[in-house]
Design a protein around this ligand. Structure first.
Ligand code: NAP
Length: 239
């Protein structure tokens, strides 16, 4: 069975990816920043039910040393799908911290952390695990971006989060070019407005529906799709 590595696997969309891939018999490297903490209870329960096929690894997107350490541990192991899921919108609850993202009161420390988490980390992950992906059968690097990063489709004025997603989508396009001759499929996804901690408020999409949609699409992606930006329902995001 194939192998997937998932970042931010302890809750939200990442936890559901983990659950569904485990249910389908995949080997899952489930990465999160505090594997022993209360925030990883559900993840640990999944591992208990499927012990030998789930590896929980400590990995903090803001600590590249922790990414390199996991890459070193799995050197030589094929990874069919590298799933860059971990991300932040900024301090929560969002409604109490909107000022930090809005023109006139931008908090540049917040912007720095959001960019390092949402933009730098997925690229660092791809650099660290490229050899594992190239060694696999499926050769896919999937990065969760957002429609709010689209130049054409969105005008939300949350400077920190939106620009981090614009930049990572561009980075995915560049990755698709530099890895094209290795037959790696690099793709960006918008999961929809999903009912996670991040998507509270007007979120409309149930977590399992988003993940089921994305997994079906990931399964079918070919080199013709590399560099594209898709929504969980299959639409192409204009950006
Ligand atoms: N929900 C939406 O409507 C929506 C829309 C568009 C795009 N997205 C994208 O979808 C992805 C998943 O979001 P979600 O909705 O599932 O959000 P979520 O419920 O807030 O989960 C975010 C995940 O990222 C992890 N994470 C954050 N910072 C990290 C770090 N420094 N190191 C390691 N892990 C870190 C969190 O771990 P902790 O538990 O340790 O914090 C958590 O597992 C994100 O990239 C997000 O931008 C979501």
């Amino acid at each position: 069975m194939p192998t997937v590595l998932i970042t931010g696997a302890n809750r939200g969309i990442g936890l559901e990816f983990t659950r569904q891939y485990v249910d389908d018999g995949w080997t899952v490297m489930a990465c999160c920043r505090d594997p022993a903490g209360d925030g990883a209870l559900e993840l640990r329960a999944i591992k208990e039910g499927a012990n030998e096929r789930v590896y929980i690894e400590r990995m903090d997107m803001l600590n590249h040393g922790s990414i390199d350490a996991v890459a070193e541990k799995y050197k030589g192991t094929a990874i069919d799908v590298l799933l860059n899921n971990a991300g932040i919108i900024g301090p929560v609850p969002i409604r109490d911290h909107l000022y930090a993202q809005h023109f006139g009161t931008i908090d540049y420390d917040v912007w720095d952390t959001v960019i390092r988490t949402n933009t730098f980390a997925p690229v660092k992950m791809a650099e660290a695990f490229a050899a594992n992906v190239i060694a696999s059968d499926q050769k896919k690097i999937i990065t969760l971006s957002s429609t709010v990063g689209s130049l054409q489709e969105d005008r939300t004025a949350a400077f920190c989060y939106c620009t981090s997603k614009t930049a990572v989508t561009k980075a995915v396009q560049l990755m698709s070019e530099v890895l094209r001759d290795k037959s790696v499929i690099a793709m960006a996804f918008c999961p929809g407005y999903v009912k996670t901690r991040m998507g509270v408020g007007g979120a409309t999409v149930e977590i399992p529906d988003s993940v089921t949609g994305m997994r079906g699409l990931i399964d079918g992606f070919t080199m013709n799709d590399t560099g594209s930006f898709r929504r969980f329902n299959g639409d192409t995001v204009a950006w």
